[in-house]
Ligand binder design. Structure first.
Ligand code: 1HN
Length: 354
């Protein structure tokens, strides 16, 4: 390429002095930051990372001895991306944390603009009440707390079993922070009194049918609990009947039954089965994604860096990083990302590589 002789003979010190002068007027030169502002492709500060549940669990249990759920409001250890230190974020747009609730505890009712998902990782015997309906939590269940719905959690035990319960919290906290649109309120009561029997929402919306005169107008799915038993059975049947997708294995996305779209306005969720001895092809997408291992062992190769995973581990794949999944036994992965937002903006990109 020929260079056009357009250089003005300014010294870098003259430029630096100029930048200092305009800084007093709260101005800054675009030409110094243009490349960073408009990169040729995503250059995320978020890095690939994996949290081994067996390593994390003792610390969670220690937190149980340090503070009660009532005092903490929510007893959570945040999974903070090592590249986003101090930002309480696992990707630029998403939050993740592991929440512990001990037998007999109540995490008091409150509500906030941030949407939350719970993915149950360990233990039986807890429930969450969302907008007046209680749901019992089982490992592998995917449960939604819609924006601005009252919610409280408790752990009274289940069928005589009392044990600590741990779940993964996924929230759109960084997105709401970005928009400076956050509001929150504490309830007058610690635990809501249920206004409908358990299972009402699922009866109405969970069977490929909907009430003829339903009035649900929320941006969030009217089903707020997607039981693992049913989703797992769907994957088992797919596995018996067809070959896995070369990139994803057998992968289903959770839907809002009223729209067919993502169950939450800001977060898409998925469950996939990677069959034993599957060696997936590489895939990349602009939605950085958080994975939680439900069953099985394998490796996530993220930009050629191997992360061996075991049940209950959590790992994060940054935007545009190449992901290749392999499994040494039948493996089930839950995942979530900001895909609905990128889709609404028309900026989602994916590439399926060989
Ligand atoms: C929240 O309300 C919960 O309700 C969990 O369990 C994590 C993180 C930040 C803000 C609110 C919950 C949260 C949260």
């Amino acid at each position: 390429m020929t260079r056009v002789a357009e250089t003005v003979p300014t010294s870098s010190s003259a430029r630096a002095a100029f930048y200092q002068e305009i800084d007093t007027l709260s101005m800054t030169p675009l030409w110094e930051s243009l490349h960073a502002l408009v990169p040729r492709e995503p250059q995320s500060p978020c890095v690939a990372a994996l949290w081994r549940y067996q390593e994390v669990r003792p610390f969670l249990m220690r937190s149980g001895a340090l503070i009660t759920a009532a005092e903490a409001v929510r007893r959570v250890l945040i999974l903070e991306n090592p590249g986003l230190s101090g930002r309480s974020s696992i990707t630029q747009s998403l939050y993740a944390g592991l929440q512990l609730i001990l037998p007999g505890e109540i995490a008091p009712s409150h509500r906030h603009v941030q949407s939350a998902l719970r993915f149950i990782v360990d233990g039986k015997g807890s429930y969450t009440t969302v907008g007046g309906e209680r749901t019992t939590m089982h490992p592998g269940d995917f449960i939604i707390t819609p924006s601005w719905d009252w919610h409280d959690h408790g752990n009274p035990g289940f069928e005589g079993v009392t044990e600590p319960v741990v779940w993964l919290d996924g929230l759109d906290i960084p997105m709401v922070r970005f928009f400076d649109a956050g509001f929150a309120e504490n309830d007058e009561v610690a635990a809501q009194r249920p206004s409908r029997p358990e299972g009402s929402s699922f009866a109405r919306f969970g069977h490929n049918m909907v009430p003829v005169r339903h009035t649900h107008t929320s941006a969030t799915s009217p089903i707020f609990s997607y039981p693992y038993a049913r989703s797992r059975e769907a994957l088992a049947q797919l596995q018996r009947g067809e070959a896995p997708d070369a990139w994803h294995g057998h992968k289903l996305r959770y839907i809002n039954p009223l729209t067919g779209g993502a169950p939450m306005p800001t977060i898409a969720t998925f469950l996939q089965l990677i069959p034993k001895d599957f060696a997936g092809k590489a895939h990349r997408s602009t939605d950085g994604t958080v994975y939680c291992v439900v069953e099985g062992h394998g490796t996530a190769l993220i930009d050629d860096q191997p992360f061996a995973f075991a049940p209950q581990d959590i790992f994060v794949v940054p935007s545009w990083a190449k992901l290749r999944l392999t499994a040494t036994e039948d493996t089930v992965l839950f995942s979530y990302s900001d895909r609905p937002v990128q889709t609404a903006m028309g900026i989602l990109r994916e590439a399926f590589l060989d």
